[in-house]
Write a protein that binds this ligand. Structure first.
Ligand code: NAD
Ligand code: DAU
Length: 336
């Protein structure tokens, strides 16, 4: 058996990654460490095979807990755990510094102590800051210029990961991905918020003029790219991930309304996010040429699949909205 440790595996991208990896890698057993903050939800993992998935509730900023949780000599440690919502980072940056910066350093140190063979940091396009409309997409050597407290904390973590490689020769890799969408995304993020609000005929709050650009990728395409980098990427390298799928926010919102057959009168333009980045776009050439990765799902198809998932899983997002998803831990894992 090969052992992959993931952190943050009860969140949106982490849980999709765990499912896809266990399906596609029958020789892999996973240890999944997650604190179950408001963003962690064990319902996201209800269908994964229990015999190859060990869940441990713990905080990545706690070195002793990490020493207990991370197995000696594990093949990979993939760090998804983070505070991730930009709006929350504007209201309270400290939690972001704690988990995203301190937590990453704790994991790097314990991974070295435990002889973990390779460390993968899941990072973001937001470390590069905002692009002008006529600029080319970000390459890996684009200057780091984060805007929000969230982006600054993720940038700090990236620098600590690279410092560990440079100083200790630790085998690390960094993936920087654009905006993900798909099943199990917490309905505070643009696409699931708009889908769930539209389904309930509630207003759809579009920040500012809605002409900000995000570069969208279906989360399974992100997971496949992470596997490629984790299993075959060069030590000490950064790989950008993106599906070359830039869209204005307002166009994404209109497409959701169109697919759901709901009226555009639900759109409500609201006060803009402070310091709102205007445009992100990723150039994934290194990943495609070195590791042969290409996205498989185009945006319209992926959005359709995502909308269908939210239509078929109303109970999931209703439980997130009313808070009852928090009881799931005790029901499923409390008495094992
Ligand atoms: P998420 O908010 O859905 O999940 C984060 C998970 O981390 C949750 O399960 C939470 O319980 C866990 N967590 C938080 N603090 C923790 C702590 N101190 N100890 C242990 N676990 C903790 O996030 P996501 O959208 O799935 O993002 C996962 C990773 O991917 C993050 O590192 C994020 O920066 C990165 N990323 C996200 C996107 C995106 O579009 N969502 C794009 C690029 C990169
Ligand atoms: O780019 C990658 C990043 O994408 C990840 O690193 C972050 O973890 C993830 O949260 C996401 O950040 P964004 O700020 O781009 O995502 P969010 O879904 O919050 O917003 C997407 C765009 O939609 C952004 O321009 C803000 C806008 N927006 C968002 C919300 C929640 C609205 O117009 N209205 C809203 O209600």
């Amino acid at each position: 058996m090969t052992t992959y440790v993931v952190t943050g595996g009860a969140g949106f991208i982490g849980s999709n990654f765990v499912r896809l990896t266990l399906e596609s890698r029958p020789q892999v057993a996973m240890v999944d460490i997650d604190l179950l903050t408001y963003a962690g939800n064990l319902e996201n993992l209800a269908d994964v095979p229990r015999d190859r998935h060990t869940f441990i509730r713990a905080d990545i900023t706690d070195p002793e807990a990490m020493r207990r949780a991370i197995p000696e000599g594990a093949d990979l440690l993939i760090n998804f755990a983070a505070e991730t919502h930009v709006d929350r980072s504007i209201l309270g940056p400290l939690a972001f510094v704690r988990t995203n910066v301190l937590g990453t350093q704790v994991l790097l140190d314990v991974a070295r102590e435990k002889g973990v063979k390779r460390f993968i940091q899941i990072s973001t396009d937001e470390v590069y800051g905002s692009l002008e409309p006529d600029e080319p997409p970000f390459t890996e050597d684009w200057p780091l210029d984060p805007s929000s407290p969230y982006a600054a904390s993720k940038t700090s973590a990236d620098l600590l990961v690279l410092a560990s490689h440079h100083t200790y020769g630790q085998n690390v890799g960094i993936t920087r991905c654009s905006n993900n969408y798909g099943p199990y995304q917490f309905p505070e993020k643009l696409i699931p918020l708009m889908i769930s609000n539209a389904m309930e005929d509630k207003p759809l709050p579009v920040y500012g003029d809605g002409r900000q650009v995000r570069d969208w990728i279906f989360t399974d395409d992100h997971s496949r790219a992470i596997l490629a980098v984790a299993e075959n990427g060069q030590p000490g390298e950064v790989y950008n991930i993106g599906a070359r799928s830039e869209r204005y926010n307002i166009d994404v919102v209109r497409e959701i309304l169109r697919q759901l057959g709901k009226p555009e009168s639900l759109i409500q333009f609201v006060t803009d996010r402070p310091g709102h980045d205007r445009r992100y776009a990723m150039d994934p050439t290194r990943l495609s040429t070195e590791l042969g990765w290409h996205p498989a799902v185009d945006f319209e198809e992926g959005l359709g699949r995502t909308i269908l998932w939210y239509q078929q899983h109303v109970d999931w997002w209703q439980r997130v909205r009313d808070g009852s998803y928090r009881e799931f831990y005790d029901k499923w894992y409390g008495n094992r």
